[in-house]
Design a protein around this ligand. Structure first.
Ligand code: GRF
Length: 188
């Protein structure tokens, strides 16, 4: 199963995925970011598919088509979003429906969206965590593949809690991808 990984940020989840021996054909990033260096350090080609805009003029469908073209050019069969911060549109689910994975820093279906860790703190929950799931057109929905809880400490900030959640994501996402590659199907 040829794997393509999408990333946007610091790349620590990407580092964990590649460091765990997930065989990636390519890493695609949506903006200049350290994830590119992480890919290079593992000898995986990194391609910048740059967003032309972060404002209301952003053409999400056209952007998604460009991304799908890059994945298909490398015959990617499984797409892993490892901290990818652009919400993708229908073309990727037409091309890769049921074969796009995402890791989210909360116990879905709680705290969907880009500010899941902050929302967990604001809600005063004592337990949050992370979820690896199959991505669908509806953001942060789709079948749940793996989840693990992380306790919220009274003195946690968004940063400290997010870092403890990421420690778990760095284990759970690679393990889930390895299991999928071994059995040859996304859903158990
Ligand atoms: C992770 O918590 C991921 O779930 C979220 O962004 C974070 C990525 O972290 N979408 P990093 O850039 O890989 O360190």
């Amino acid at each position: 199963m040829l794997v393509g990984v999408l990333a946007s940020g610091g790349g620590s989840i990407l580092e964990a995925v590649l460091g765990a021996g997930v065989p990636a054909e390519v890493v695609l990033v949506d903006r200049p970011c350290p994830a590119t260096d992480v890919a290079a350090a593992h000898g995986v080609p990194a391609v910048l598919v740059a967003r032309e805009s972060f404002g209301p003029s952003f053409d999400r469908v056209a952007y998604t088509e460009r991304l799908v073209d890059e994945l298909q050019a490398r015959e990617v069969e499984l797409v892993v979003m490892a901290g990818f911060m652009t919400v993708l549109e229908k073309p990727i689910f037409d091309a890769y429906g049921g074969r796009v994975l995402n890791t989210h820093p909360a116990l879905l279906p709680s705290f969907r969206g880009a500010h899941a860790v902050r929302q967990a703190i604001e809600a005063g929950v004592k337990v949050t965590g992370c979820t690896v799931h199959v991505a669908t057109l509806e953001v942060d929905e789709g079948p749940i593949l793996a989840q693990e809880a992380v306790a919220v400490r009274p003195d946690d900030t968004e940063a400290t809690l997010h870092e403890r959640i990421k420690v778990v994501e760095r284990r759970l996402l690679p393990a889930t991808v390895h299991a999928i590659i071994e059995r040859g199907t996304v859903l158990p």
